[in-house]
Design a protein around this ligand. Structure first.
Ligand SMILES: [Zn+2]
Length: 174
C-alpha cells in the first residue's frame, strides 16, 4: 500500500495551501497544515450485472468509452455518491444495455488492481430481465450473449475473466 499518496494532488482542495505528508492510520497521507484536510485515497466501488439466459449464456458488452475501448466486459459502472449500490447496478445495466433488470444475489466480489491509477472494489450481482430490449448504448457499442467458457476477446478486465470462469465451472457441475 505504498501508493497511499497520490502524485496527482499537490494543493489542498479546501484552502489551496500546498499539501504536505503525514502518517494517519499507519500510512502517509497528503495533509494540509493550515486547515487540517487529509486526503484518504480509497478505491471506488464498481458494480457489474450478470444476466444469464436459459441456455446459460451471459450478456456481455463491447466498450466504446471509459477506457479499454473495443474490449468486452460484463456491463458495469461506478456507484455514485449517495446512490444505493443495487440501484447503481440497475441503472448502469439499463443505461448500457436498454434492459430493465431486477437485481438479485451477489455473484462475486473482487478488488481490481489492473489500473494502478484507478483502483476499485467490484461487486458483481446476478439479475433477471424484467423489461426492455437489448441494445448497446452509453459506454457500449455492442451487446451479445456468450457462453461463459468461451467469451469474446479481448476481455477488458481480469476479474471479469475470473467471474466468467466461475460461472463456467458452475455450469458444468449443475
Ligand atoms: Zn487546507
Amino acid at each position: 500500500m505504498a501508493d497511499s499518496v497520490s502524485p496527482d494532488y499537490r494543493f489542498c482542495p479546501r484552502c489551496g495551501d500546498p499539501l504536505g505528508t503525514r502518517v494517519r492510520g499507519g500510512l502517509p497521507r497528503p495533509s494540509c497544515e493550515r486547515c487540517g484536510f487529509v486526503h484518504f485515497r480509497n478505491p471506488a466501488v464498481g458494480v457489474a450485472v450478470v444476466v444469464i439466459d436459459k441456455d446459460g449464456r451471459v450478456l456481455l458488452g463491447r466498450r466504446s468509452a471509459g477506457g479499454n475501448v473495443g474490449e468486452w466486459c460484463i456491463p458495469c459502472g461506478y456507484v455514485e455518491w449517495g446512490e444505493d449500490i443495487r440501484e447503481a447496478a440497475r441503472r448502469e445495466f439499463s443505461e448500457e444495455t436498454g434492459l430493465e433488470v431486477q437485481i438479485g444475489e451477489v455473484c462475486a466480489v473482487h478488488s481490481n488492481f489492473h489500473n494502478a491509477a484507478s483502483l476499485t472494489v467490484g461487486v458483481w450481482f446476478y439479475a433477471t430481465i424484467v423489461g426492455g430490449t437489448a441494445a448497446a448504448s452509453d459506454d457500449l457499442d455492442r451487446v451479445g450473449w456468450f457462453a461463459p467458457e468461451d467469451p469474446p476477446e479481448p476481455l477488458a478486465f481480469p476479474t471479469d475473466r475470473l467471474v466468467l470462469g466461475d460461472l463456467a465451472s458452475k455450469r458444468v457441475t449443475t
